[in-house]
Design a protein around this ligand. Structure first.
Ligand SMILES: Nc1ncnc2c1ncn2[C@@H]1O[C@H](COP(=O)(O)OP(=O)(O)OP(=O)(O)O)[C@@H](O)[C@H]1O
Length: 176
């Protein structure tokens, strides 16, 4: 099978890691859920490699990563050697879609969305950031996403229903 890339993007708190956790449980035999390198500890829904800023810099300097970015004061990276010759699902910053489109032929981008009020509720319930930080995240304006193959995914339904839809979408893309 060819290398296929499925990028997951969307604002903080929209439910990316929650959807990925459900999908990983169901599809981990068939699909490569790529772990990110992050300079902060993972929370309960994530499966990331945790490293400090210094280790991150050394790896970056040695061209270990296909893509890196900074979000909310932490560094994120996707290792080149994490991409397998199958379907690869990767949660990334929207600003890095083109890194993957330059490197690979088959790249799909799934944009996860919910209305702003629901996003606020989810961030508040998650209790990872302060109220000030949550308001900052909500006020960030999002420009239109530039991606060659863009799919919009509405994550407004409950976790179970949305997870099912998300898993079906990944399965469908695997077969394309
Ligand atoms: N469909 C859903 N319905 C209700 N709550 C949800 C749904 N999906 C996720 N949540 C909840 O919303 C909160 C944020 O979800 P999650 O941490 O997965 O977001 P994220 O997009 O990965 O955020 P970040 O980019 O900051 O890591 C969590 O508390 C999660 O339980």
């Amino acid at each position: 099978m060819d290398t296929k890339i499925v990028l997951i993007v969307g604002p903080s708190g929209v439910g990316k890691d929650t959807l990925l956790k459900s999908a990983r449980k169901e599809l981990k035999g068939e699909v490569n859920f790529v772990r990110r390198y992050i300079t902060r500890k993972p929370d309960k829904n994530e499966k990331n490699y945790f490293l400090d800023d210094f280790a991150f810099e050394i790896l970056k300097h040695n061209s270990f990563f296909a893509s890196t970015w900074n979000a909310h004061g932490n560094y994120y990276g996707i290792a080149k050697n994490s991409i397998k010759n199958k379907v690869n699902v990767i949660s990334i910053s929207r600003s890095k879609i083109s890194d993957f489109e330059k490197l690979y032929d088959k790249v799909y981008t799934i944009n996860i969305t919910v209305p702003k009020e629901e996003l606020r509720n989810r961030l508040l319930l998650r209790k990872r950031e302060s109220i000030e930080e949550i308001e900052k995240r909500l006020n960030r304006s999002y420009e239109k996403i530039e991606a060659k193959k863009l799919i919009e995914f509405d994550n407004s339904k409950d976790i179970e229903e949305s997870s099912k839809e998300f898993i079906n979408l990944i399965k469908k893309l695997s077969l394309e």
